[in-house]
Design a binder for this molecule. Structure first.
Ligand code: NAP
Length: 247
């Protein structure tokens, strides 16, 4: 028993990295999972791994920054799965650059994916959660949203915005038994961080008290915890998973 039997989870950005680890962890705990990414092909690996655990899994293509795409995906998921109990807004991108040189396109792409994407998916499934009078919404923010970072004004704004969004939704949905929380990872080894230069990685590592980078599974563990029925009295919180970097 891992606590999520008979439940249906939606994980955006479930094709790789943290989202993939979250999808697998929730499936391991008993949930059926709709895996969302921009193409069905990208979701295939995660879906296959979940089905190998004898859970139901669906590959759903959607661009989280586009309302019609998200609405269509939510409809498909509700039709196929019949219900949704857990939404993990994980899809995210970076377009780093110093502010003076940051193009409007880089600002918009990051805000539209990381912040508006969570708004759109939450809105698309809100009616379902409120009607059910239960649900778990978990937004993947970042320590950068708490402490800022030179060269990431767009990303920091999107992730800080996601924390405000989490708290507003937590208050709005609380009376219906729906909890809304955020998980803020530190430096996690994925495609997103693989592009950093060795000296950048070293500089980050020197600020991590536990002395190692995190793994996607470390974040997945925190998401699983918040998704559990027993976590019903936790809402509007930011759970930091960063090896002690921000404390
Ligand atoms: P990643 O390996 O680059 O994966 C990003 C995921 O997001 C992919 O599944 C990608 O799917 C999906 N995605 C991107 N744009 C999308 C869009 N418009 N519509 C739908 N899906 C989209 O990143 P990661 O490191 O796992 O990061 C996952 C989340 O954790 C992000 O929100 C990130 O900001 C956050 N985070 C990461 C770290 C870290 O150190 N890695 C730290 C703090 C927070 P496709 O490309 O297949 O569409």
């Amino acid at each position: 028993m891992q606590g999520l039997e008979q439940q249906v989870a939606v994980v955006t950005g479930g094709s790789r990295g943290i989202g993939r680890a979250v999808a697998l962890r929730l499936a391991e705990a008993g949930a059926d999972v709709a895996v969302v990414a921009r193409t069905v092909e990208a979701c295939a690996g995660t879906v296959e791994a979940i089905r190998a655990m004898n859970r139901r899994a669906w590959a759903v293509a959607a661009d989280v920054s586009q309302a019609p795409s998200v609405e269509a995906a939510a409809e498909t998921i509700l039709r196929e799965a019949g219900r949704v109990d857990i939404l993990v807004n994980n899809a995210g991108i970076t377009r780093d650059g110093l502010l003076m040189r940051m193009g409007e396109g880089d600002w918009d792409a990051v805000l539209d994916t990381n912040l508006k994407g969570a708004f759109l998916f939450t809105r698309a499934l809100a009616r379902t959660f409120l009607k059910q009078r239960s649900g778990r919404i978990i937004n993947i923010t970042s320590v950068i949203g708490l402490m800022g970072n030179a060269g990431q004004a767009n990303y920091a704004a999107s992730k800080a915005g996601l924390i405000g969004f989490t708290k507003a939704c937590a208050r709005e949905f609380a009376s219906r038994g729906v909890t809304v929380n955020a998980v803020a990872p530190g430096f996690i080894e994925t495609d997103m961080t693989a592009v950093l230069a060795p000296e950048q990685k070293q500089a980050i590592l020197s600020r991590v008290p536990l002395g190692v980078f995190g793994k996607p599974e470390d974040v997945a563990h925190a998401v699983w915890f918040l998704a559990l029925p027993e976590s019903r009295y936790i809402t509007g919180q930011v759970l930091v998973v960063d090896g002690g970097m921000v404390m």
